[in-house]
Design a protein around this ligand. Structure first.
Ligand SMILES: Nc1ncnc2c1ncn2[C@@H]1O[C@H](COP(=O)(O)OP(=O)(O)OP(=O)(O)O)[C@@H](O)[C@H]1O
Ligand SMILES: [Mg+2]
Length: 251
């Protein structure tokens, strides 16, 4: 069983280390368009309990990234509402964080600067301790003073993950975070992510194209098709074939 090295000696504070429940109630969104009603998602109704690891799959253009942008508060629903920990999401929220396909690191900051970026509320010593601890958790101890261009693609994604985890989020949103990586790195990072999720008890929404990855990582899988939920089931009860068939129906 994986727990943090210090967990035995000093239990982690439960409020900062626990995931927040997420709820979507009749959420719709349309991109502005001159054509017909425009493309978008919804209506979507989903409840994600605190600490759940939810994987979202679906063909290209099915609305996965749009859904994450809505959850992150970067887009506002046209109707319906999203709540995180009982609070309506009206914009970017301090308890949630989004990791994208290409690690959007600040090239002029060191690894430590990137990971510590969201920690302005902490004093210098606390921030340094949090940065060191989080980098250790993602296997990058000793990389503090490197710059992003001195890292491999996998290491850059690890830094992005560390930056996300450092703020001790209630909700971690991941949009195909490993898709630019080779198979071995991807598998290793996916397993590290599972260990970190276990340790932090954060609520996770993980978007991937890879159905195998969704079934391996998720406790629950949601398949989107044309901006709508085509399947929503515990990962344990879904086979790869079911998932393929669901997504192939009507393309
Ligand atoms: N900024 C935008 N303006 C207009 N339409 C957009 C915009 N972003 C996305 N769309 C459209 O909305 C739909 C959903 O796009 P979205 O990016 O959410 O899909 P996705 O499932 O993430 O696809 P992929 O797997 O290729 O990343 C698509 O039809 C897309 O063309
Ligand atoms: Mg996308």
């Amino acid at each position: 069983m994986t727990t943090s090295a210090q967990a035995g000696a000093r239990p982690a504070p439960p409020t900062t280390r626990s995931g927040a429940p997420l709820s979507l109630d009749g959420v719709t969104f349309r991109y502005p368009s001159r054509r017909r009603a425009g493309v978008g998602v919804g209506p979507l109704t989903l409840d994600v309990p605190a600490g759940e690891f939810l994987c979202v799959v679906g063909p290209s253009g099915s609305g996965k990234s749009t859904l994450l942008s809505l959850l992150a508060g970067f887009l506002r629903p046209r109707s319906g509402q999203i709540t995180l920990g009982g609070e309506v999401v009206r914009g970017p929220h301090p308890r949630l964080t989004l990791v994208q396909q290409e690690a959007a690191l600040f090239p002029w900051l060191t690894v430590a600067g990137n990971v510590g970026f969201g920690l302005r509320g902490l004093n210098r010593a606390e921030r340094a301790a949090r940065v060191t601890d989080t980098l250790r958790q993602v296997g990058l101890a000793g990389f503090e003073s490197r710059r992003p261009h001195e890292l491999s693609g996998g290491q850059r994604q690890r830094v992005a993950l560390a930056r996300a985890l450092a703020i001790q989020p209630g909700l971690l949103l991941l949009d195909e975070p490993f898709s630019a990586l080779d198979h071995a790195t991807r598998t290793a990072l996916a397993d590290e992510l599972l260990a970190l999720w276990w340790q932090h008890k954060v609520t996770v929404v993980f978007v991937t194209h890879q159905l195998e990855e969704a079934l391996h990582l998720g406790q629950r899988v949601v398949a989107l098709r044309g901006g709508q939920v085509a399947l929503d089931a515990p990962a344990r009860s879904v086979s790869l074939e079911d998932l393929r068939r669901t997504l192939e129906d009507e393309g």
